[in-house]
Each structure stands twice: as structure tokens, then as C-alpha cells.
Design a binder for this molecule. Structure first.
Ligand code: IMP
Length: 439
């Protein structure tokens, strides 16, 4: 029997990772919300409440930061995986908001291995940004970087530690002493009170206790039952600490590989890796973005696409589709399929541009450089394509898209070497063209 005969991927139950392919804000929330209807489990695996996933469905419009976008389907178990960092106050208020708006959260579970964002992480995120002055990273100031730094430095406190108040105090006391030294001696800030932090986090622990589990067992059981599972990415590939525009990156891996680490699913479990690409480019925060349009067209894209950060409200930097970055993203994630979102935002433009290479110091390059000083010097090489100038938001069949829109999608598919199985033409669930169902 040939090796290929053993490839039963089409027949086994899907485990699909939904990955941001650019700098975040690609519209993953909508795609997960849509796919979650057929999934039995949705797992968030990276980041924290720096993420902002906008979901518009029959319950209304929601900005989710920590709760997986599958929460709107009662049959779907939602897991906050071990790779996520949790601000308990933010999570509790998100759960409260959902319940108040009629969404049941009894299907939500939090891995006991998730790390807690503590008050000193949030303070330090802000103080470190201020100390960087003109070189600030433009973080969301939610304490994400300092929490992951502590996880790596073995100074973290995990959500599971809240389940035993003595263990929690044993961890907290020396760590808070150390953090207070940094706050007071390095930054001349006020120290935090051990009693206050302890009491507050014990209360959070009591409130979150019903949700905290060893989620690995739940995932293992779902695999045994052969249930479809979705991994919900946060942020985007180009913000990955290894492959993104370092140091202008986030602190956990938004890649498909990060999906395995942040959930406990082994790599061979993934049957589909769906890259979510916005039909143009956007970035929030600092760092190089070769196709950024600083003037009229960039502003038009921002206004038409309401491109303002859903976590911080900051205006997003907008530009043309960067094919060099997109190809790089496909390569390091091994996308098997793609979703192209916000195609409708380009409806009014008579001409569109797609970046297919960079000019760097007089040479043409087609790879995404590791060094940001090189990337900052890269000038995009554009291919011009005609726009379609027809509204697309009400179109549901691919064949009904104007020819120029189909040509645009086909060109993106060619660049990323990946078929676009989903095309999104609006924020609502139904504003979607499904060319090949994932499940
Ligand atoms: P941090 O993750 O808050 O440390 O921010 C580091 C960088 O990642 C900043 O440029 C943020 O704007 C960016 N970032 C973090 N989360 C998101 C997201 O969900 N969407 C887009 N950008 C993000």
C-alpha cells in the first residue's frame, strides 16, 4: 500500500485552526462565529484581552476580547486554552455582559494552566512603554508582554493557583515583593499592597471557579468522540514574536504552530489551517508596514472599513494588500485554505494595487526580511488592477461577483498559493460567500 493511501484527512473529523494572516484584525471573529455552528468545541489559544473580535449575529453586535467567538452556539464548548493570559476582571465583565444580553456562558471553560495578568503587569506595560519614549511599541497596555515575560521567567501565577488560597499566597508574596522593588526603585511608582491584590484575586478566583478546569481532558475526550474542533487565533502572523516585525510584535504566537502549543493539541491533529486575509492591509500600533498609505486612499479605506482598534479605539494604519508578507504568512503557517475578508470595503475604488515585491536598496526582493531596518527601507512594487465599483455586500454566490472582483480574488489566491474557500462581504454572518464548506 502506498503511503498516500493512509491519508484519511478528508474522512477524519476536522480540527481546523483559524489564523490571522496579517497584522491582526483580519475578521477572524466573524469567521469563527460562522464556522462554530458546526463545531463542537472552539479553543482560544494565544494572547489575552489585547484581542478584539467583533461578531455580529442575531443576538446583536459584540466585541469579544477573551471569550471564544463560538459562545453564541449552545452546543459548542468554548475553551480558553493554556496559551492565553487572563485578566480576570476583564473576563468576569465579559461574562457578565454576555449573560446580560441573553448569551449562556455555561459552556465556557478556562484552562487551569492559563497565566494571570496581575495589576503589576498592567502598570509595567504602561511604564515600560513610556520609558521607550519615541520608540514605544504601541502595545495595548493590557499587561500582555509583562505577563508572558513572567511566564518565561517562571515568575507567573496561573489561574489554577487561585483554586488554593494558600498556594496562591505562597506564589504571590515573593513575586509581589520583587515587582514592588521594580515599581518603586526603577520607575519611582507606588508599590502595590499584598493584602489588596490577594483579596481581589481571591474574589476573582471564587467567581471564576466554575469555569476553571484541566481542559486537556476535555479536548482529549472531544477527539475520541471525533467531534469537529476549531482553534480560534488571535492577533496576526506578522505580530508573532519569532517571525513578525520584532520588536514590534506581541508576546505569544498567533501562528498555527502556536495553536498546538496554546491548546495542547498535537500538530498532527490539525486537518485544516485556514488563513484569514483582509482584502487590503491594516496595522494598529507601531512598526514597519511597507504598503501603508498615509494619505487620501489610506484614510478612505479607514473610514469605509471603520478601521479603528476594537480594543483601544486607535485608528488603524491602512494600505494595499501586501503579497510579499502574505506569501510569507502562508509559508510559516502552511495554510491549506484561506478566507478573504472585507472585500466590500474595496467596492468604490476605480483602481486597486497589490504589492508583489519590494525594492530594497536598489534590488528587487520577494521575501519578507527579518530585520526591521531592512523592512523599513522596502518600497513596495505594485501591480495595478481594475476595481469593480459595484456594491458586493448583498452577493452570496461567487459567480455573481463582478468579473474584476473575481480577478482580484484569483490574483490573491495565486500569490498566497492557497484557495479562498470563504469570502466575506460584510460584518453580518450571512454576508459571506462560501465556495467550499470547511465542515
Ligand atoms: P500587545 O500585544 O498589547 O503587547 O501589543 C503589541 C503589538 O501588537 C501592538 O502593536 C498592538 O497594537 C498589537 N496587537 C495586539 N493585539 C492585537 C490585536 O488583537 N489586533 C491587532 N493588533 C494587536
Amino acid at each position: 500500500m502506498a503511503l498516500g493511501d493512509f491519508d484519511l484527512r478528508e474522512e477524519i473529523m476536522p480540527v481546523a485552526a483559524v489564523i490571522g494572516a496579517q497584522w491582526g484584525d483580519e475578521g477572524k471573529g466573524k469567521i469563527v462565529d460562522m464556522l462554530a455552528e458546526k463545531a463542537k468545541m472552539v479553543i482560544r489559544f494565544s494572547g489575552g484581552d489585547n484581542a478584539g473580535h467583533t461578531v455580529v449575529n442575531p443576538y446583536g453586535q459584540f466585541g469579544l476580547h477573551l471569550v471564544p467567538s463560538g459562545i453564541f452556539y449552545p452546543q459548542t464548548t468554548c475553551i480558553i486554552g493554556n496559551g492565553v493570559v487572563i485578566n480576570p476582571e476583564a473576563l468576569i465583565s465579559e461574562i457578565y455582559m454576555l449573560n446580560k444580553r441573553g448569551v449562556d456562558t455555561s459552556t465556557l471553560f478556562i484552562s487551569d494552566r492559563t497565566h494571570l495578568i496581575m495589576p503589576y503587569h498592567i502598570l509595567l506595560d504602561g511604564l515600560e512603554e513610556e520609558a521607550r519614549g519615541g520608540k514605544a511599541l504601541g502595545t495595548t497596555r493590557k499587561g500582555i508582554g509583562p505577563t508572558y515575560a513572567d511566564k518565561a521567567a517562571r515568575l507567573g501565577i496561573r489561574t489554577g493557583d487561585l483554586m488554593d488560597k494558600e498556594i496562591f499566597m505562597e506564589r504571590l508574596r515573593p513575586i509581589l515583593n520583587h515587582k514592588n522593588l521594580i515599581l518603586t526603585k526603577v520607575y519611582k511608582a507606588s508599590p502595590l499592597s499584598l493584602d489588596d491584590v490577594y483579596a481581589r484575586y481571591c474574589q476573582y478566583g471564587e467567581r471564576l471557579a466554575p469555569y476553571i478546569r484541566d481542559t486537556l481532558t476535555m479536548i482529549e475526550e472531544a477527539l475520541i468522540r471525533e467531534e469537529p474542533i476549531l482553534l480560534e487565533g488571535a492577533q496576526g502572523t506578522l505580530l508573532d514574536p519569532d517571525f513578525g516585525t520584532y520588536p514590534y510584535v506581541t508576546s505569544s504566537s498567533p501562528l498555527a504552530g502556536g495553536g498546538c502549543l496554546g491548546s495542547g493539541l498535537g500538530p498532527s491533529r490539525l486537518t485544516h489551517i485556514l488563513g484569514v486575509f483582509k482584502a487590503y492591509g491594516s496595522r494598529v500600533g507601531s512598526g514597519p508596514m511597507p504598503t501603508e498609505l498615509k494619505e487620501e486612499i489610506g484614510n478612505s479605506i479607514r473610514e469605509i472599513g471603520h478601521e479603528y482598534g476594537s480594543t483601544t479605539g486607535r485608528p488603524r494604519r491602512c494600505g494595499w494588500f501586501d503579497g510579499v508578507a502574505a506569501r510569507f504568512s502562508t509559508s510559516i503557517n502552511s495554510f491549506t485554505t484561506a478566507a478573504i475578508t472585507r472585500l466590500d470595503v474595496l467596492d468604490t475604488f476605480p483602481q486597486l494595487k497589490i504589492c508583489t515585491g519590494y525594492k530594497l536598496d536598489g534590488a528587487t526582493i520577494t521575501h519578507f526580511p527579518a530585520s526591521i531596518s531592512s523592512l523599513e527601507r522596502c518600497q513596495p512594487i505594485y501591480e495595478e488592477v481594475p476595481g469593480w465599483q459595484v456594491p458586493t455586500s448583498d452577493i452570496r454566490q461567487y459567480e455573481q461577483l463582478p468579473a474584476e472582483a473575481r480577478q482580484y480574488v484569483a490574483r490573491l489566491e495565486e500569490i498566497i498559493s492557497c484557495p479562498a474557500s470563504i469570502i466575506s462581504v460584510g460584518m453580518r454572518r450571512e454576508q459571506t460567500i462560501i465556495r467550499k464548506p470547511l465542515f
